[in-house]
Design a protein around this ligand. Sequence first.
Ligand code: TXA
Ligand code: MG
Length: 315
Amino acid sequence: MSQPLRLSPDKTGIARASALLKDGALVALPTETVYGLGADARNDRAVAEIFSAKGRPSFNPLIVHLPDVEAVRSYVEWTDTAEILASAFWPGALTLVLPLRPDSGIAPLVTAGLSTVAVRVPAHPLAQALLRAFGGPVAAPSANRSGQISPTTADHVERSLGGRVAAILDGGPCPVGLESTIVDASEAGAPCLLRPGGIPAEALEQALGHPLEIRDGSEAISAPGQLRSHYAPAETVRLNATEWREGEATLGFGPVSADLNLSPAGDLTEAAANLFGHLHALDETGRPIAVSPVPMHGLGCAINDRLSRAAAPRD
Ligand code: TXA
Ligand code: MG
C-alpha cells in the first residue's frame, strides 16, 4: 500500500488538504488533542472510508469538527448548557452532543443513525485553517486503527494507518495529548459527562455552577466508543505499579526512575501531553508495560481512563 502524502503546515499544505477533502479523500489533521482522520461529513462514501480505514465497528458515531460556534449552530439545536460550555471552552478540547437538525446534510453514518451529533470547535491553528479553507463539516475520529493507541504525531498516524489515509497534515506533536472531553448537552438542565478528556470535569462544573452527571460507559448508546479495551499496546499493561518487575518496560509518574516518565515533576498537564507518545514508544520495545499510579483529579481522571482501557482484558 502506498504511503500517505506528508503535507507541510503552510498555505500550500492546507490548500492541498482542503482539495483532497473536497474530493472525498481522507486527510489526517492535527488538533490540540490528538490527530484526527478527517473526511467531508456530508459525503457518505468518504465517511464510510473512515470506518474501513480504522477497522471501526460502524455503530460507533463520529465527531463533527467546525471552525466556530456560528457554523456549529447551523447543524444542531442549541441549548442553554451548550451556550455556557461553548462560551467557556471553545475553541478547545470539548465535544458537545446535541440534537441534530433534520436538514443538516450530515451523512447518517456520522451519527450512526442517532438523533444527536457530537460537535467540536478545535483550537489548533492548522485545524482552524483547514476547516476554514474547506468551508464545511469535517467528521474525524482519532487517526489510528480501532482499538490502538491514539496518535499525537504524524509518525504515529503513518505507522497505524499507512496508505489507508491519502495525506497527513503535519503539525508536530499535539499539545494536549488526550482526546476531548465529551458532554451530552442535548437535554435542558442535565448535562452529562460521556468521556473524560482534555478539559477536566472540575473546570466544566465550575463554568456550569453545578455537578455534571456521569453516564456509565457500559450503557448501550451513551458513549459507543467507550469500549473497555481501547488504546491497547500489543503487550499487557500493569497499572498502579509501585515497583518494577523483571522484563517490564516502565512508565513512571513523579520522582521515580523508569524507562520513560509521564512527568517527573508530577504535573498532570505534562503527563497528558506525554501519555500516548510514551505508550507508543514503550509498545515498540515489545515488552509488557508497567505504569506508576497517577492521581485521580483534574486531567488525572482522563489519563487513568485511557490507562485502564489500555490495560483491560482484550477480546
Ligand atoms: O479529541 C477528540 O475528540 C478527537 C479529535 C480528532 O477531535 N476525536 C475523537 O474521536 O476522539 P473518536 O471518534 O475517537 O471519539 C468519538 C467519541 C466516541 O466515543 C463516540 O461514541 C462519541 O464520541 N460520540 C459521537 N457521537 C455521539 C453521540 N451522538 N452520542 C454519544 N456519543 C457520541
Ligand atoms: Mg479514538
